[in-house]
Design a protein around this ligand. Sequence first.
Ligand code: PEP
Ligand code: MG
Length: 574
Amino acid sequence: MSFTLHGSGVGGGIAIGQVHLISSARLEVAHYAVAPEQLELEVMRFSTAVDKVRAELQGLRRNVPASAPAELGAFLSLHLMILDDATLSQAPRDLIRSLRCNAEWALVQQMDYLVAQFDKIEDPYLRERKADVVQVVERTLKAMQEQPGRASPAPAHEASLIVVAHDLSPADMMLFKQHQYAGFVTDLGGVTSHTAILARSLDIPAIVGAHTARQMVREGELVIVDGVHGVLIVDPDRMVLEQYKLRQRQIELGRQKLKRIRATPTTTRDGTAVDLHANIELPQDIEQVRESGATGVGLFRSEFLFLNRDDLPGEDEQFEAYRQVAQAMRGLPVTIRTLDLGADKALNGSARGGPNPAMGLRAIRLCLAEPQMFLTQLRAILRASHYGKIRLLIPMLAHAHEIEQALNMIAQAKQFLHEQNEPFDPGIEIGGMIEVPAAALSLGVFVRKLDFLSIGTNDLIQYTLAIDRTDDSVSHLYNPLHPAVLQLIANTIKTGSRMKVPVAVCGEMAGDVALTRLLLGFGLRQFSMHPANLLTIKQQVLKSDLGELAKLSARILRADDPEIARRLLEKLNA
Ligand code: PEP
Ligand code: MG
């Protein structure tokens, strides 16, 4: 019988195939007593499994392909850290001895204890990390089950299989990429979980948070994964199946066709040029940027160079990373955002910016509180500016004095390099992110003091609507079409244009094709997004006529109900 399950769609496209259930090892753990003289052997069995998982994770980390998303290495390091923490690698050994039980049982007891501790944490990001602990435990359990005498079945016809699991770790995701499964579905995982973030950047049709999928579907059953809408159709009838097959072919054809416009200049039908830039996290992302045909890097999230390591990258290491990107872009603009650490991006071992980290010591606030760290980065960026067209972008500015202080620090860094006879671009452009409502409502000082602005819609929405962007329980309220959000964006674009200060959008809205025309209608001429979205956005720009957009965009801006705005937006995109 056909039925449908709903979750959050996190990967592009549609996959059709047979279910391959990945059993949650945790649910299948037996409990038995171990004789006192066998206890040390049992401890050894546990140690062997931990060693095996460590070697597996290290191997995966060593072999992360250059094309893999930057986050993958970080996730693998996190899992290695969890594995080697005494609470996971030592405590079960003690439990085996004290409870005289089998290793699997001891490990699951310890996992349950740790999960209960995580549940008490108020911070949603940290609470979500309990999923990483569970994934590491499940991997270790699997390793124990695979010890001699326990075979793990290797699935055939992978390309037609849809993996359905209770939860999947990022490391599993990496294996799936190598294995070419058609898609995957998990019961757990919010849209901001590590697995979801990875799935989105890997572009695999996927659904997370499908709650009961693992229980409801059977091995070998035919399913459709609609990764766009987050819909899982189990045992579809013939008509539905044909419809989705057609849709799938259309999507694939569309993708192939899109590649043809890679080198086409991005102009609207009436001849207005539009800049499409790319967002990156690490220098190795630049290959994908070049393939996408982007005409610049609109956002280099430099803080990713600082994550998942125990030391801070020094000036020379940073300089090399920035220079590499600048040179690879061969004179095209590279916008390096200064450190946006804090909130969900904390340094190893540091506190997470107070009780409400998104509103705490984050981004420019943290940099001004840590001048040596900031100056080191500024010198590295300035030195790299000699090797290409680098622009500096300051995140999370809200106050005039923050702009002043940041500019003073940049002047100080320039002075230092000048005295050292180090070459740098003296005319380097300095921009500010508009991602706090206070900034969008006091643009005068921003346009007077800065060379360009970039709207960070992810945070602008978070702070305007008072929604923690990492908290899945309020994600339904995260609406880019809220009139307050649209007013702030449109006004920033208009003010920039009036004052001749270029304005870009570099948040997720820039890569959402449903919003391209609206932003063009507001006057936006610079978009920066994940490279995977770039050609879709380019196609939309090429098909758009600015003259036809003005009226409806203005109406959408006047709408005081997001639902009305949404209906008008459909008309705009028709
Ligand atoms: C934003 O806030 O929109 C943005 C681009 O920055 P980040 O997503 O890194 O906070
Ligand atoms: Mg931001």
